[in-house]
Design a protein around this ligand. Structure first.
Ligand code: F6R
Length: 263
């Protein structure tokens, strides 16, 4: 796991967008796994800018979102489908059939989850998966206690997640109580993973998942078992890391470290 501490949210957003843009340049038909929430908003704005000003081409890109609230139609303003179209998709040249999100209003959610997994496989798997992290250590909606081998499925939301996400709704009572989410096992199959975190509300969960034991109580800790994970954190989210100085030393001496990999 490569842990990179970045001074502020703006720079974190730029770095995130640059990594996604590099992936698209490397493979124009990349399969991207995408997240919603406040954290990736700055990166999505930067990707829109790169599309408009530098011609970043999304025409062959395929996307799979992590999750969707159960019971919300794609047009509901609180749905993740709505979020993605408003904040990125409608501003770039992505082809609508290449956009996949779980659907919150399907008649048979279980069959839908299997279908979603099959679509990811049919597209050859996810090349780069973008993740945020919950204040309870979740990735996607894999709440504490989720199996680390879990696949796309229905999940009841944690009380803390409902409270954290109430800001996206008029009233906390409106936050759905469950969601369709990719599983931890699904996420771990992505070839490369980029987790981003910003703000002091994430400091405890970041310290837990980066430096604590692998545990179902902090589902992000499963990323320790993946061979290609980059974590970008701003100073506030990094505040509780014990080995902060070590990560900063590597960041600041990268060329030296690469010359002497055994160091
Ligand atoms: C969103 C998702 C969640 C969020 C997490 C952090 O699709 O899967 O795991 O990444 O709850 O949300 P923010 O960025 O709003 O703090």
């Amino acid at each position: 796991m490569e842990v990179i501490i970045i001074p502020d949210y703006q720079e974190l957003s730029r770095r995130t967008a640059r990594m996604i843009a590099d992936q698209i340049h490397l493979k124009p038909g990349s399969v991207l796994g995408l997240a919603t929430g406040s954290t990736p908003l700055g990166a999505y704005q930067e990707l829109v800018r790169l599309h408009r000003e530098e011609g970043l081409d999304f025409s062959k890109v395929v996307t799979f979102n992590l999750d969707e609230y159960l019971g919300l139609s794609p047009r509901h303003p609180g749905s993740y489908n709505h979020f993605m179209w408003e904040n990125i998709f409608k501003h770039v040249n992505i082809s609508p059939p290449n956009v996949y999100l779980p659907e919150g209003t399907v008649d048979d959610p279980e069959a839908h989850c299997s279908w979603y997994e099959a679509q990811i496989a049919k597209h050859g798997g996810i090349d780069l998966q973008l993740l945020g992290i919950g204040s309870n250590g979740h990735i996607a909606f894999n709440e504490p206690g989720s199996s680390l081998a879990s696949r796309t499925r229905l999940k009841t939301l944690d009380q803390r997640t409902i409270k954290d996400n109430a800001r996206f709704f008029d009233d906390a009572e409106e936050v759905p109580r469950s969601a369709i989410t990719m599983g931890v096992g699904t996420i771990l199959e992505a070839r490369r993973i980029l987790l981003i975190a910003s703000g002091e509300a994430k400091a405890a969960s970041c310290a837990d998942f980066i430096e604590g034991p692998v545990s179902t109580l902090v589902t992000a800790s499963a990323l320790q078992l993946h061979a290609d994970v980059v974590v970008l954190l701003d100073e506030e989210a990094a505040a509780k890391l014990e080995r902060k100085e070590y990560y900063n030393w590597i960041r600041d001496h990268k060329s030296e470290v690469q010359k002497h990999p055994g160091a």
